[in-house]
Design a protein around this ligand. Structure first.
Ligand SMILES: *Cc1c(COP(=O)(O)O)cnc(C)c1O
Length: 360
């Protein structure tokens, strides 16, 4: 048994979860054990949805393990990486006692899951440096120890900050917190970054886990397929905590079709294209007098501070372009986050903001 299991809620020791019709490994050619219909629904043309799906479809698990450089037993497939975040918080944190550490301004689901579980939210603000918004690693370690953090979320590249956390920093946090906390590296935008995945650190550090998703670079947000790569014993337990049959069959079929060698190659080309567009948008915006700062980005978006962020947001909206208003986020009261679109869409963003110069 792995040491990482010591981080799990004590009251979940030996938890078996729901025993579904797919739990027992039985063999037969007439399946009458799950109260499924004997005929397919007329809307289900190929009959692929008549039976409950495999809880963790083996072919999809294998494809994701290959994609992320992991072993199949280290892979948990969830309904988006959002589900994996929630499972981790519920499985590791005892309400009212344990904490979840994250680094605002950052993706909101860590706080939401912590709140729903009654776990303490431990916030260690990102520091605005010449290289961008980055975590203060010493402060993260100190706060995690002081406040009984069971989970430390490092978003890398971070949303909305855009920068990757250096792997050496991830490793340092994991070594110091070994036996105390699981360090979860959220790589939702990892495809767009230069740095390799923290999955490569997991042989040395069992208390590192990595979140990935098909929602961003792979263009399958509506399929809701997210992946947690973690210690195999922890994954086995999380599979019991997860709802029965969590992955709808049409979604796993879509994900498999999106991960063929040809599909992966095309996705790779599109990532390169977005990276080139990122440079172009950054260069175009950096020269505008209405822009205070364009942040470096390792993701498929750019964080920009404006002299008048509200005005810029409204001007873009008037031109039919919806960007993310970050003004309510800590440290970002003058910032917008702009997702990279097609070259034509990015041109429209640039032209709209250029035209604003005259009136600003
Ligand atoms: C979009 C996003 C996710 C959620 O991804 P899903 O797999 O669609 O749930 C997770 N983390 C970060 C940082 C994100 O920006």
């Amino acid at each position: 048994m792995s040491d990482v299991l010591n981080l799990v809620r004590a009251d979940l020791a030996g938890f078996g979860g729901y025993s579904s019709a797919r739990t027992a490994k039985l063999a037969g050619d007439v399946w009458l054990n799950a109260n499924e219909a004997a005929w397919a629904n007329p809307g289900d043309a190929d009959g692929s949805c008549r039976r409950y799906p495999e809880p963790q479809p083996a072919a999809l698990v294998a494809a994701l393990a290959d994609l992320y450089g992991a072993q199949p037993e280290q892979v948990l497939v969830g309904r988006g990486s959002d589900e994996a975040i929630d499972l981790l918080v519920r499985t590791l944190c005892e309400p009212g006692r344990d904490g979840v550490l994250f680094t605002p301004p950052v993706f909101g689901m860590y706080a939401v899951s912590a709140r729903l579980q009654g776990a303490r939210a431990i916030e260690v603000p990102l520091v605005d440096t010449a290289d961008g918004l980055l975590p203060d690693i010493d402060a993260v370690i100190a706060a995690a120890i002081d406040s009984n953090a069971k989970l430390v979320f490092l978003c890398s590249p971070s949303n909305p900050g855009g920068r990757s956390v250096p792997l050496a920093d991830v490793e340092r946090v994991a070594s110091v917190l070994a036996g105390r906390a699981l360090v979860v590296v959220d790589e939702a935008y990892g495809e767009f970054a230069d740095a390799p995945s923290a999955v490569g650190l997991m042989h040395e550090h069992a208390n590192i886990a990595v979140l990935r998703t098909l929602s961003k670079a792979h263009g399958l947000a509506a399929a809701r397929i997210g992946t947690l790569v973690a210690d195999a014993d922890l994954v086995a337990l999380l599979r019991k905590v997860q709802a029965p049959y969590p992955i709808p069959a049409p979604c796993s079929a879509l994900a498999l079709a999106g991960l063929t060698p040809q599909a992966r190659q095309l996705t790779g080309q599109r990532v390169q294209h977005i990276r080139a567009e990122r440079r172009r948008l950054q260069d175009a915006l950096a020269g505008l007098p209405i822009v205070r700062r364009v942040y470096a980005s390792d993701a498929n978006f750019v964080l920009v501070r404006f002299a008048d962020a509200r005005g810029a947001f409204q001007a873009l909206l008037a031109a039919g372009i919806v960007v993310r208003d970050q003004r309510a986020a800590p440290q970002l009261d003058d910032a917008l986050r702009i997702t990279l679109g097609t070259p034509e869409q990015n041109d429209r963003v640039i032209a709209t903001l250029r035209a604003l110069k005259a009136t600003a």
